[in-house]
Write a protein that binds this ligand. Structure first.
Ligand code: FHN
Length: 481
């Protein structure tokens, strides 16, 4: 607690000057037990405007991690590092100057934004999150606030601009990934311990504000800012700044959505404020892992988005994927469906090569997901948590009175058990390729749905039409035990 008070005092001290006018409005706190926060949640509960509904309905996105790290692809001075390729500068202890010399080699000859957009469209993703700037500090747009940008490479052109246009033309929303932590900027601080740190970091925050304003005004069709690299003590001590950034972007781009990772409250508490309320528009902490479908149902109360790598932990291009487990398309699909079944979005990551092409494994995976989505996307887009108890055969998703059973595990019994809340009754079951399947009531609020006659060798979907029965009573007697 003492640290928290000190952090708050410190924050008040340094917020007092440059950005004093940018404080959040005081929240009206309903419960006496809650602490008063200036930089806590701006809202209680989910956002329900059109832009947020769109974010939610999209459900499936792709992540693009593309930066200088694609050039060495995990190898430095003859040594291959197994850690995430985009962190190679750190694993191999390369100085910022040395690392940024990679810019001289940035010339992705095979880069074709239209091809990237077609690939995303074919895969069935509704949005793409692009690393505008990762921790290394290299910008995919010609920022006027730093020299470390695409403009100063042999390629010269505005990659981000080309991508925004191409994706938008395919009807795909663009989200911007932005790392606050910036290894190229000498004013960045991991912590604030001295007056000098304080001044440098104040300059750094101004620089970051400028870059964000630049992104928002140069690319006004951007739908979302996804912040990363916000875990350091320096940022946690400046919760006011994170609240200010969210408000600044929302003023510039009405409707824009912002992830919880940006935010820290008055006491440095991240994602959820000290009163337990979500900050930002959606929770973004599920990375390479997912909430448990039985124990973590609390996540259905807020919006959330998970992101996932295809190998165990490679976001940027790494030349050797054999160093860790690589998920197959069904495993990726399972994670997509798992997320939607709990009311979340899933973003599948791609790390393009330095030449601007995608590695063959990623192309194969994108095609496989796309084929499945073409047939079964109905159980993903616009769907939500169904409110039915999880069963071992797979996952439920739901849109109104259509409950989708997405089957990943076939039972030897040839029956798929469905347990419904009292009063919710399945009235019809049909596969998405039109086969009618049998539904049998087995006991109170439990049904068996037949495995369809024709089952392809991949996960399949049964659509259950459900209806609500008023005043339902139990028909079968429970055992006296
Ligand atoms: O350090 C980064 C990592 O490189 C990658 O960008 C992921 C994506 O969610 N975010 C950070 C780790 O949380």
């Amino acid at each position: 607690m003492r640290n928290q008070v000190l952090a708050f005092a410190f924050c008040s001290l340094i917020c007092g000057s440059t950005f004093a006018q940018q404080k959040s409005p005081q929240r009206m706190l309903p419960a006496e037990q809650e602490m008063t926060l200036q930089y806590g949640a701006d809202r209680l509960g989910k956002r329900h405007d059109a832009a947020m509904e769109r974010f939610r309905d999209n459900r499936l996105g792709a992540f693009i991690h593309w930066g200088l790290y694609a050039i060495p692809g995990g190898e430095w001075n003859g040594k291959v590092y197994n850690g995430a390729a985009e962190w190679l500068k750190s694993w191999a202890k390369v100085s910022a100057d040395e690392w940024l010399k990679l810019m001289d080699q940035w010339n992705p000859e095979k880069f074709d934004a239209k091809k990237w957009a077609r690939m995303a469209k074919e895969m069935g993703v509704k949005y793409v999150k692009i690393t505008t700037k990762h921790h290394e500090g290299f910008c995919l747009w010609p920022s006027k606030y730093t020299k470390y940008t695409v403009a100063n490479t042999p390629y010269k052109k505005d990659i981000l601009g080309e991508l925004v246009d191409a994706y938008n033309k395919e009807g795909i929303d663009v989200h911007f990934y932005f790392s606050v932590m910036d290894w190229s900027n000498p004013d960045y601080r991991y912590d604030i311990k001295t007056k000098e740190d304080e001044e440098a970091f104040r300059r750094f925050l101004e620089f970051t504000d400028n870059q964000l304003k630049e992104l928002a005004t140069r690319y006004p069709t951007v739908k979302d800012f996804w912040f990363d690299g916000t875990w350091d003590a320096s940022i946690k001590k400046n919760g006011w700044w994170t609240a200010h950034v969210e408000r600044m972007l929302k003023e510039l781009l009405p409707g824009v959505t912002i992830n919880s990772r940006l935010r820290a409250d008055d006491y440095g508490k991240r994602h959820f404020d000290s009163n337990g309320h979500l900050m930002g528009d959606y929770e973004s902490g599920y990375e390479r892992r997912l909430p448990d479908p039985v124990k973590d149902l609390k996540v259905t109360k807020w919006d959330w988005e998970a992101c996932m790598t295809i190998p165990e932990n490679q976001w940027g291009y790494h030349k050797d994927w054999s160093l860790s487990y690589v998920k197959n398309p069904v495993e990726v699909l399972q994670r997509i469906v798992h997320s939607v079944s709990m009311g979340g979005n899933m973003v599948v990551n791609f790390g393009p090569q330095a030449d601007g092409d995608f590695r063959p494994e990623e192309k194969v995976l994108a095609e496989a997901i796309g084929r499945w989505m073409k047939k079964n996307g109905e159980c993903i887009y616009g769907c939500d948590y169904a409110g039915l108890e999880k069963q071992d055969w797979g996952y439920y998703t739901r849109k109104g009175n259509d409950v989708y059973m997405v089957v990943f595990n076939l039972p030897f019994s040839k029956w798929l058990t469905v347990k419904t809340p009292r009063g919710l009754k399945p009235v019809e079951a049909v596969t998405l390729d039109g086969q009618k399947v049998k539904v049998v009531e087995t006991t109170n609020n439990e049904y068996n749905v037949a495995v369809p006659e024709k089952v392809a060798g991949e996960p399949f979907v049964i659509k259950l039409k459900v209806e609500t029965v008023e005043g339902a009573v139990d028909k079968y007697k429970a055992a006296l035990t």
